[in-house]
Design a protein around this ligand. Sequence first.
Ligand code: C2E
Ligand code: MG
Ligand code: MG
Length: 514
Amino acid sequence: MSVRSFIPQKLLHSASPVTGAFPGSICLLLSDEYALQLLGILGISFSFVMIIVAKKSADFTLHTLVLKNENAVLVHHMEEQVEQRTQKIYELSNLDPLTGLFNRTAFLSQLKSVIETSEKSFALLFIDLDGFKKINDSIGHKAGYEVLRQTARRLNECPLDSQLICRWGGDEFLVALENTDVATAVKNAELVIEMLSEPHNIENSALSVSATIGVSLYPDHAVSEDRLIQSADMAMYFQKKHAPSSVGVFSKQLEEIYSHELRLKNGLSVAIEKQELRVVFQPLILSGNHKPIAFEALLRWNLDGESIPPDAFIAIAEQYGFIHTIGAWVLRQACLQASQWGREHHLAVCVNVSVIQLQDENFLAIVDSALSNSLLPAGLLHIEITESVFASDISVISNQIKRLQSRGIKVSIDDFGTGYSSLSVMQELAVNVVKIDRSFVSQMNSNGYAIISAVMHIASLLDFLVVAEGVETEEQALELSNLGVHFLQGFYYSRPIEIEDIPAYLNGYILPNE
Ligand code: C2E
Ligand code: MG
Ligand code: MG
C-alpha cells in the first residue's frame, strides 16, 4: 500500500480558498482606476504569498504523514521480527533442536509445576532405546538422527494423554503421565515399547530398535523432580541389565542394590592406589599324584575391612572400565610372584583375563611388559578366558589367542560348559586347555559324569588338555583321574593360598630331590 494513499485528499487542496481570490484580483488589475489596480496588485501578491505559504504547509504536513506512516510500517515489521526472535529464543532454550520435544531445562521446570499443582499420583517413564548405538556405529549418524526424530514423532502420536515429553539426551526420552497409578503406567509403557519397536524405514531399509523403560511414581517413590527422574533412570538401568526391552518399576530394594554398586564402583576406582587389592594362588594338580603343576592367580579385595568376592566386583570393574588397570596390575603381580617360584620348580601361573581386556589393542603390550618386567618365561604364563568369549567377535579373539600362543603363552577356556560354547568355535579358537566348570564336578553322580566323559572325548579329537575345577572330595578326584582328566583343582587339594604361605606349601608338596 502506498504511503500517499494514507493522506486525506482535503489536505492536498488546503490552498483552494486563497487561490479563489486570484481571479478577482486580475479583474481589479484590468480596471481603469489606479486605486483598484493597486488593490488588484496587492490581491495578486497576497494570493502568491498565500499560495507559497499553503504549499509549504501542505508539503510539511505531507512529509510528516509520510514519515508517520513509514514509521508505522517499520514498527509493524519490527514487531513481527521481535515475535519471531522471541519464538526462536523460546525454541532454543526450551526445545530439543533435533526432535522438537522439550529439552532438559524446560522439562524440569514443567515437571516442577506439575508436582506443585498435582493432587493425584502421576508416573514418570524413563525410556532408553535398545540397539541405537549399533545403528549409529554401523549405518551412520544420519540414520541415527532419523531414528531419534521418528521416535519423537511416535511418542507424540502415542495415545498417552501426556503433554510432557522430553528428549533427555542421546537416545533417552522422558514422559510424564498425569493421574496414573502403577498398573496403568506399566500398561502404557508396554504400549510405548510396542510402538517404538516397529521398524523404521530409513534410506530404503527397515531399521529396528527397541526400548527399555523404567517407571517411577509420584509421590510413592519420590517427591522432587530430580529424585523422580533418578528413580525412573535406576529402574530402567536394572531392567536393561536383566530383561532389556521391557518395563521395570522402581523399588526401595533397587535403590539399595544401586547404592551398593555405587560404593563398589567408587571403591574400585581407588582400590589399587589404596593397596586394597591382593592376589592369592590356588594350585592346579597333576591328576593322580597330588603334585602342583601351576597356580591360578585369584584377585581379592578388602574394602573397609570387608572382603568383597571377585564375582561381585569383576563385573563392575568391567562395566566402568577399571578392568584394564586392575587386570594389568594382576598380570604384573602374578608374573612377578611366579618368576620367584616358577623358574625353580617349573610351575606355571594362570591369570584370569576378561574378554574386554583381550579385545583391547594394548593387551599384548601389557602382557609383554609383565613378562619382561618379571623375567618370567612366556611358556610359564597361562591366560584363562571365560566361555563368554564365544559371544564376542570370534575373529578378533582368535587373532589375539594366536598372537599369545606365538609367544609361547598357553590359553585356557575357563568355566567350560556353562554358557555359549560350540564345537566349531572351539576348533577355530584352538585353545591349549579347557577348564570344566565345577558345577559338572559337583554333579558327578547325575549327568555331570556323562558330560565330562564327552568333553574328554572331544579333547582327544581337538587336541587340548583338560582341567576339572571345584574338586572337593577324594571320590571326585579318583573318578576324574579315571576319566583321564589331566589336571585337578579344588578345595580337596588346597584353598587359594596367600603369597607368603606359598613357600611352605611348596616345601610340603615338592620332594627335595625333584
Ligand atoms: P574361576 O577363574 O573359575 O576361579 C575359580 C573359582 O572357584 C575361585 O573363586 C576359587 O576360589 C573357586 N574354587 C576353587 N576350588 C573350589 C572348590 O573346590 N569349591 C568351590 N566351591 N569353589 C572353588 P573366586 O576366587 O571367588 O573367583 C571367582 C571368579 O572370579 C573366578 O572364577 C574368575 O572368573 C573371577 N576372577 C578372579 N580373579 C580374577 C581376575 O584377576 N581377573 C578376572 N578377570 N577375573 C577374576
Ligand atoms: Mg579361572
Ligand atoms: Mg572357573
